[in-house]
Write a protein that binds this ligand. Sequence first.
Ligand code: GLC
Length: 591
Amino acid sequence: MKANRTFKTLLSLLWLPALALACQDKAASKPASKEWWQTAQFYQIYPRSFKDSNGDGIGDLNGITSELEYLKDLGVTAAWLSPIFKSPMVDFGYDISDFYDIQPEYGTLDDFRALIKRANELGIKIILDFVPNHSSDENVWFKKSVARERGYEDYYVWHDGRLNSSTGKREPPTNWNQYFRGTAWQWNEQRGQYYLHQFAVQQPDLNYRNPAVVEQMKRVLRYWLKEGVAGFRCDALPPLFEVQRDAQGQYPDEELTNAIEDVEDRAYLTTKYIENQPETVDMVYQWRQVLDDHQRIFGGDAGVLLIETYSPAWFTMQFYGNSSVNGAHLPFNFNFITVMEQGPLSASNVQLAIDLWLQNMPAGRTANWVLGNHDKRRAASRYGVEHIDAMNMLVMVLPGASVTYQGEELGMTDGWISWEDTVDPWGCNSDAQNYEHYTRDPERTPFHWSSGKNAGFSTGERTWLPLAADYETINVASEEAATHSHLKIYKSLVALRRSSTILQNGSVKYRAHTEEVFVVKRTLAGAGSIVYAANFGAAKVSVDLREFDKTLPSTLKLLIRSVGASKTEGQSYSVSHLELDAGEALLLATN
Ligand code: GLC
């Protein structure tokens, strides 16, 4: 009784319009007309940490090529690679010094072509990371801009700064903070001006109010499309444009959020003028045009745009496009990261995360579900290893595309990295006491192929980041050998998703049945239903799924179960007395 009251109170705190729709069947999009990306299984590779082919302790392209069979075996449709372009590696590839070349420690253009060729043979699409907001300060464009070379004067966001009337000294143009802590402006002695950098000081922001920059970056897209890539994951979209300068050429200061006391933190100030500008949305529509034109001219499958944004729904959803224009195919849905960070893992939090996407998504667009990436603590560490199967099942049972970050299929957890070994600029810009709050190194440790030397990642003496401590038990080889493992469950899920018309085209109904138990039902007329039930609580429960859906038959057949669940696949279980152990997750079917 008390638990029920608490659950109701919690639900009442949620966004109310969300509840109205949560229990209704939603019309499925028309069967048979889906494009490849609408039901795809995407897989993110962090190249530095996936597989090292030459023993230098750093992952590389030939390493990826040698493991494409693994992706094929997982059932992955498309892999997106974090940046592989030439870079001084201050932000591990997100600081690009040549957008048209490959980072030598990752390989050569020929290695890349070999990777694409092998991926094509295996039917796996390759998607590259497109980093439009900034370049490296070692990029020739920046050097030319510093020197005010003709055509490059306004390639970056330059400003004289402002004079402090009391001290008479020159100061940065605004109070804006970068993401990695501290001011977003850097004085350049040679040019005699400040430049804007929303990320590290070595990552100057490109100036999208300059048509030459817009055209150059479209050239980058066309160049890699010609090399055979299947689309782009577009990096860091919110800060692409800043607000227009006023008539005097000045930018406005941001206001205090009063949410945080650390003056160097980005969250210390609002980001009204430096994020989420309307011009950014329009730029994505222009990139979509580049991809569509490429397909029109050269044929082949559609190239996709995946958008990285942690912006609120009112902004994020615009990336999809509107009734007159197409935008990104899939703006990443990070709700399973961001919404669920706000509270403990619970069925109502899961419901909120789903509601916030499905109810804000424009009609006719495709949903997607992401559990993690190279910027966030690993899924198994955030949710708890005991819930990784439940979460992998959830993203694959919901309608639309799903995205896996390397290692989520194994239940890999974060590594622990000492201050001495910390290399991520966000961590390094902090200090020995506080770096763990900022650093992204723990989720970037090398992939676990086996329990052997360096987890089978590298034959070298050292790896660029130390391994996570649990590699001897959580790795591909041992999970392949086990009769039941996270990896095996993941593979069954992908296979089911690929073969099931219910999962591809069925309607969806879902609900936080109690505070602990979350239920999803997918139904397709003539094909039956698939039901997901997961217990996120710490105690065994018995639920009556007829309360969730009266039309369910008295029993359902078990298709897939989480590791440790004592039920048997193929057997039937009671719908009105479905027992779920703590952490247990099941996929069941009507026939
Ligand atoms: C994105 C990337 C992140 C990088 C930043 C700057 O958020 O995912 O890793 O540091 O952009 O490019």
